[in-house]
Every structure is written in structure tokens, then in C-alpha cells.
Design a protein around this ligand. Sequence first.
Ligand code: SF4
Length: 243
Amino acid sequence: MVVMNMTRTKSAGFALEKSLADKKKRAREVLAGLHKLYPEADCALTHEDPLQLLIATILSAQSTDVTVNKVTPVLFQRYPTARDLAEAPPAEVERIVHSSGFFRQKTKSIQGACRKIVEEFGGKVPDTLEQLVTLPGVARKTANVVLGTAFGKNEGIVVDTHVGRLATRLGLTWTSKDGKDAVKIERDLIGLFPQDEWTFLGHALIWHGRRVCFARKPNCPGCTLERHCPSAGLFNEAGDFRG
Ligand code: SF4
């Protein structure tokens, strides 16, 4: 299969990757670099079981992990099971999750998901993608987080804003041009990386996006992936891309 993807032309080395094999070779190098950098990369949302991770991930939309990690201990202490959460007074759940933003919608999603878990899955979070995405407030990204981190199943790759940005900058997606089409990005990444690395890859790219490859002003000079990255050094002092 020939993939004619013109990557950033900072240097001849990245001028044109003609084949999927070329891309896979560089993907292997990026992966090795990420393992070296973040051997313990993991989910930053505090949780003790699949239900807690599911709820925390729903709450993390448009919020920060730090904020969610302050909210969830209170929520889970008050309502420890799916049934407890499903039967809780909505106003009380809203009050607890308020600081995470979009608290009314998130409360509806949390309680709807818990209700369905109780009524249709015996009180246990289901462990397949098909079942997870039937829960209110759960789309593919949240399902991938739960499957990979709580159940150790590599069924997909989590594509959030960091993963989208890094996949684009690192030239690991070619069907999505702006780093925002999560479905296309996930499909490209799945084609490049071995399945048993998918969960690690999502976590490690998120860590790298938070610590080095910032949305504004990525730290290319301090990035150990620089020699594998077609975007390295292509940002001006203001942090804008000038490739
Ligand atoms: S070299 Fe720069 S653009 Fe590439 S991954 Fe590192 S920080 Fe990001």
C-alpha cells in the first residue's frame, strides 16, 4: 500500500514518506522513545474500579484531571455503587460535580449510565466496546479509556486533544489534516502501532503533550523525540506553526 503523505519539509529526512512501511518504521522509533521517556505512563484519573474510572472519564470532558480528582472522592464516598448513584437525588449529584463544568448534563449522563448498568448489566460496568457505547454519556473515547485502563483490553486508541495534536505533529496521521478528526486519527494510529501498545500509546502521548509538546510553544529543543518528528523546530517564538 502506498501512502503519499507529504510531511513537514524541515529536512530531507522527512520530505516524503512513500509507504506505510516507512511510516511504521518511524512509528516504532517514536514508540521506543515514548517507552524510554514514560515507562510508567498511565491514566491520571484516580480510580479503584471500572465504575469509578467510567464516572471520572465522563466528568473529565471539558475539565481537568486535577479538578475531577477532587470531585470523585466525595462522590464515591457518598454513593459507592452504581445503584447508589442511579438512585441519588440529581440535585445532590449536581452539587458535588458542579466544579467540573456542564454539571447538569454530566449528572444526567452519570445517573443514566448507572441506571443502565444496574438494569441491564447486573450492576457491573460492561467490558465490550459495543456495550459500553450504549451507556448514556459514553462515546468511543470514554469506552476506550475504560477498556484499556480498567480492563486491560486494547480494543482502540484514546484520541483526546493531546493525542490528536501530537499524532498530527509527529506525522502519524495522514487522513486527518487538522488533528481534530478523532475517528480518522485513531484509524491511522491503529494501522501503525501493534495492538498490545494501544493503551500505552494513548497514555504516553497525553503525558508528552502535557509535559513537552504543549499546544502553544512546544519545547522542541528539549524533546527527545525531535529527531523522529517532522514538525521539530517549525514553531516561531510565539509558538505558532511556521512550516
Ligand atoms: S519535536 Fe516539537 S513538535 Fe515534535 S513532538 Fe517534540 S515537542 Fe512536539
